[in-house]
Design a binder for this molecule. Structure first.
Ligand SMILES: NC(=O)c1ccc[n+]([C@@H]2O[C@H](COP(=O)([O-])OP(=O)(O)OC[C@H]3O[C@@H](n4cnc5c(N)ncnc54)[C@H](OP(=O)(O)O)[C@@H]3O)[C@@H](O)[C@H]2O)c1
Length: 288
């Protein structure tokens, strides 16, 4: 395979850093240009066109996002600027240079009223500003002739470690109380598995389009916390919380399990979230 030029935006984020490692780390197949917000503000349309024109990437991987779900309720303009209009800028630039665009989205495009894992064919119906902004971003991304929109969920395992999973791990290891939802059902995504799956997908013959990319299976946050405690061998101090009593500014979907059957059919299988947790805990121990 000839060397492929890859532009990664949002490169300093939790997923962005791992994507850069996956495509850059010692592989001669890829020549990675990693751009943080300081390098390229994606809300500057002209700067995005210039950067893509100058780099001439064959692949653009957008890991940037406005992820502050509660703040977005009071700052829709900022959320839309990054999650929707910046994606439109990238999509236009990608189309101009004939690049494939990879863009990440979220389970929050769904309203959470399902009872079985959501598939790519299910109708989105976001219940908050963040989810709406991400859904519009999906539409702009899918305008590119070759685009993969990859929905991930409850990411963990990146750096900086600011995920809910790491928050719970830290509390359990520190013998502190931690409030966890007993009624939110999730399929967590381990960033290293997402990065590997992204690479496998773009190297596969799979048709471009929308894919769910989560670790297999699902559970309540309570079950996730119990599994963490079991794996680290600690007695957790879990305090039950529910969506009804949590009083969060942005409404959260209750049922967020995503099916990764389509990804699996494309030849990209992801291990269970319990297996991913085990690998994450092992890697945390090795750097402590
Ligand atoms: N985290 C999750 O649990 C989760 C769940 C579902 C979906 N996702 C999606 O997965 C993707 C990766 O998320 P993540 O957790 O890795 O996000 P993250 O850690 O918050 O990283 C996002 C990055 O985007 C950068 N950014 C923000 N505004 C920008 C702008 N105007 N121009 C350029 N860069 C900008 C941020 O820079 P600053 O730090 O300087 O602001 C940050 O480095 C996103 O599409 C997200 O919506 C994440």
């Amino acid at each position: 395979m000839p060397t492929r030029r890859v532009m990664v935006t949002g490169a300093a984020g939790q997923l962005g850093g791992v994507i850069c490692e996956q495509f850059g780390g010692g592989h001669d197949d890829y020549d990675v240009t990693a751009l943080t917000r300081a390098d390229l503000d994606l809300t500057d349309h002209d700067a995005v066109q210039r950067a893509v024109h100058d780099t001439q990437p064959g692949l653009i991987i957008n890991c940037a996002a406005y992820n502050r779900v509660d703040d977005a309720e009071d700052d829709a303009v900022a959320a839309l600027a990054v999650n929707a209009f910046a994606v439109r800028s990238l999509a236009r630039a990608a189309t101009r240079v004939g690049a494939i665009l990879v863009h990440y989205s979220t389970d929050f495009v769904f309203d959470g009223t399902a009872g079985v894992p959501y598939t790519e064919a299910d109708e989105p119906n976001p219940g908050n500003v963040y989810g709406s902004s991400k859904l519009i971003g999906e539409w702009f991304a899918l305008d590119v002739p070759s685009a993969y929109v990859i929905r991930v969920e409850s990411l963990f395992g990146g750096s900086p470690a600011r995920s809910s999973v790491d928050w719970i791990i830290d509390a359990i290891l520190g013998r502190r109380e931690v409030r966890v939802f007993t009624d939110r059902i999730v399929s967590p995504s381990y960033v290293h598995d997402v990065a590997r799956a992204t690479r496998s997908l773009v190297e596969s013959d799979a048709a471009t389009g929308l894919f769910h990319c989560v670790n297999s299976g699902h559970g309540t946050w309570w079950e996730v916390a119990e599994e963490i405690a079991r794996q680290v061998g600690a007695e957790p101090r879990l305090v039950p919380a529910s969506l009804e009593t949590a009083r969060l500014r942005a409404a959260r979907p209750r049922y967020c399990a995503l099916s990764n059957a389509k990804l699996s059919a494309a030849g990209v299988a992801l291990k269970s979230w319990q297996d991913a947790l085990r690998r994450h805990l092992r890697s945390r121990r090795s750097v402590d």
